[in-house]
Design a protein around this ligand. Structure first.
Ligand code: AHR
Length: 648
């Protein structure tokens, strides 16, 4: 009796991994990111433009601008509208100057929550102008809150034939300032029209002019994401159909991309964002290029003829769905088509003759109900007829359970959907309980994309939610269930991705930014650890012959990497106790004598990262010695542990 008790206690302390028992392949697309222009993710965020309302197209034409000057008289600065000639970019500014010195006539832009200026960095100032006679010089300056000049240049508009022209000039900043402003002051007598007054930092990603913020893209690149889902999110749907995302309006010359109001502008009364617009400077070409740059598969989501069902819930009648379906078909041609095809030609003209190799597409974001199924059926038929190789991602609605989910999940599986997108914004406890969610899913039918998920410390859409360790460790525990079920769950992405510290609408978010800095939350590092340690094949890991999903607060999964010939074991201790487990490796493979242990840990579940303590919760790596074919793993309370050992 006594001997038996000892034996069973011992058995419970054993984790048994068998690298020879391959359960399934890990999808190469596993662990991706989901980009949406929410929380100033694009304009004011990753799209590096520093001037807000650069083309005067906001509802209030001079929003973000302040006009001043001793010489400023009624009629000197006028907003003109040429919408009959240019409906995409109708407004421009007409300047009538008599200025002789600084202070006579100027306009200042506040940027997006200020302008981050870095000492020694170059800034590209550009402007479209039109004049019939030269005479007005444009002085561009970056200034701090006291008016001190941090960098300046003068642009002498050269053309004087009453034709629009683009001119640019580069200057260098002398100081670092978190919240600077941009001032344009005029010198000389004359009249000039101005449009798209633009300022970009010189340190954009890959130093592309007019490109993306380098530090934000780097955070994504550092995750080595398997895919980028884009552009949303509810932004795909729009408040109503007029503000839905239309990819064709986001390509071609930036000056021709028609701005629209961002649907998060008015979504939450507690976080109003009246100055939140979409300029589409980050459009579909830049998106494909970004995915290519960082080795991620593109996963575009298209509107399926439905506006956001939380908002207007407008529907396109079924017999008028054709243009929406055509948009989806044309997007495949834009991404993959030969340069001789109409849309392939557009891609080539934008500088990318080679195809982007699009392999999948989402039809609808968080749409639900029979109205979704009807529209989806028409999309699917057209897409599969024309592009059978493109995998389609379908929505299972807003929640991972309930009537809406059940209807869609059952119907989509009957329709033999390729991949079903599930979303869960839930309490940390839900994530712990649901680590076994996919263990019982059908292995042969439709696959799953965990397209949006994040543990909510207070409640969904609550402004007091924090990216704390309690949420991140619950996600890490849950993700063992995603990894273990790689056969079913092909892709997963945390949501939302980015948030501007002052300009956010939704929290929690994976990466927080201000004008100068970026930091990853504990949730970011959890995602990154899974992605960098995703291996190639899921292998068996059990305790007492059972999957490890909560016994004593432990969650575990294991993979091998057949390319690097390593065993990678992930064990999460969600309990407040330190725990030791013997990880016994069975089968024919031998462990090397040395491996590494990567740990994220904090005894305080409320711990967070911040701008001043950006890596408070982040992985720490150490070498470990291994004797024989078992690993003694001592886990600290509330810890995420990864053991990586070469095997032969
Ligand atoms: O991620 C924020 C929002 O949550 C997404 O736009 C939407 O799909 C979901 O409701």
């Amino acid at each position: 009796m006594i001997a038996l008790c000892i034996l069973s206690a011992k058995a419970q302390n054993n984790i048994v991994v068998n690298p020879d028992k391959v359960v399934s392949k890990v999808s190469p697309e596993m662990w991706g990111v989901f980009f949406e222009d929410i929380n100033m993710g694009a304009d004011g965020g990753i799209y590096a433009e520093l001037i807000k309302n650069r083309s005067f197209e906001f509802y209030k034409p001079l929003m973000g601008w302040k006009t001043t000057g001793e010489q400023l008289k009624e009629g000197d600065l006028l907003v003109l509208n040429r919408k009959e000639k240019d409906s995409n970019n109708p407004r421009y500014l007409h300047v009538n100057s008599r200025a002789v010195k600084k202070g006579d006539l100027s306009m200042t832009n506040e940027g997006f929550k200020g302008i981050g200026v870095k000492k020694g960095l170059t800034y590209d100032f550009s402007v479209y102008y039109r004049q019939s006679a030269a005479g007005v010089k444009l002085h561009a300056e970056l200034v701090d809150s006291t008016g001190k000049v941090l960098g300046s240049t003068v642009l002498n508009p050269e053309r004087a034939d009453n034709q629009w022209a683009l001119q640019s000039v580069t200057f260098t900043a002398s100081e670092t300032v978190q919240k600077a402003k941009f001032t344009l002051w005029f010198e000389g007598a004359g009249e000039i029209d101005l449009d798209i007054i633009s300022l970009f930092p010189g340190d954009t990603w890959k130093k592309r002019r007019g490109g993306l913020r380098g530090d934000m893209v780097q955070m994504l690149a550092d995750m080595k994401p398997g895919f980028i889902r884009f552009p949303g999110g509810c932004i795909v749907e729009g408040y109503d159909l007029s503000t839905r995302y239309q990819w064709k309006k986001t390509i071609g010359p930036v000056a021709n991309r028609k701005l629209i109001v961002n649907r998060w502008n008015t979504e939450f009364a507690h976080r109003p964002a009246p100055d939140y617009y979409q300029t589409f400077g980050l459009g579909f070409f830049e998106y494909f290029q970004l995915a290519e740059d960082i080795g991620a598969e593109p996963l575009p989501i298209l509107n399926c003829g439905m506006a956001c069902q939380f908002n207007s819930a407008e529907l396109v009648p079924l017999d008028e769905l054709e243009p929406y379906i055509q948009d989806a078909l044309d997007l495949v041609e834009f991404a993959n088509g030969d340069v001789k095809t109409p849309w392939g030609k557009v891609r080539a003209e934008m500088g990318h003759p080679a195809p982007f190799n699009l392999k999948m597409m989402g039809v609808g974001n968080e749409n639900w109900g029979p109205q979704y199924l009807e529209r989806l059926a028409l999309f699917t038929k057209a897409m599969k007829d024309r592009y059978p190789e493109i995998k389609l991602i379908n929505s299972s609605g807003t929640d991972p359970e309930g009537e809406r989910f059940d209807l869609l999940n059952t119907s989509l599986r009957k329709m033999k959907a390729d991949i079903i997108d599930e979303h869960y914004y839930r309490a940390p406890e839900w994530f712990l309980k649901n680590a076994t969610r996919y263990d019982s899913y059908d292995r042969k039918g439709s696959r799953v994309f965990a397209g949006e998920y994040a543990a909510q410390s207070v409640g969904t859409t609550k402004p007091t939610n924090k990216n704390n360790w309690q949420c991140a460790i619950a996600e890490a525990a849950f993700m063992t269930g995603l990894e273990r079920n790689a056969e079913v769950v092909q892709m997963a992405s945390y949501a939302p991705l980015f948030a501007q510290a002052e300009g956010w609408q939704w929290t929690p978010d994976m990466i927080w930014v201000d004008n100068l800095q970026v930091y990853g939350t504990p949730n970011y590092y959890v995602q990154q650890l899974y992605s960098l340690n995703k291996g190639t094949d899921v292998v068996s890991i059990l305790a007492d012959q059972k999957v490890i999903a909560g016994q004593d607060g432990i969650y575990a999964s294991a993979v091998i990497d057949s390319r690097t010939k390593e065993l990678i074991v992930k064990v999460i201790n969600t309990s407040a106790q330190p725990l030791t487990r013997n990880v016994a490796v069975e089968g024919g493979k031998k462990l090397a004598a040395k491996g590494k242990l990567i740990v994220m840990q904090n005894a305080n579940l409320n711990a967070v990262n911040s701008f001043s303590n950006a890596v408070n919760l982040s992985p720490k790596e150490q070498a470990v010695k291994i004797k024989g074919n078992s690993i003694s793993l001592t886990m600290q309370p509330y810890s995420f542990n990864i053991v990586r050992v070469p095997i032969q």
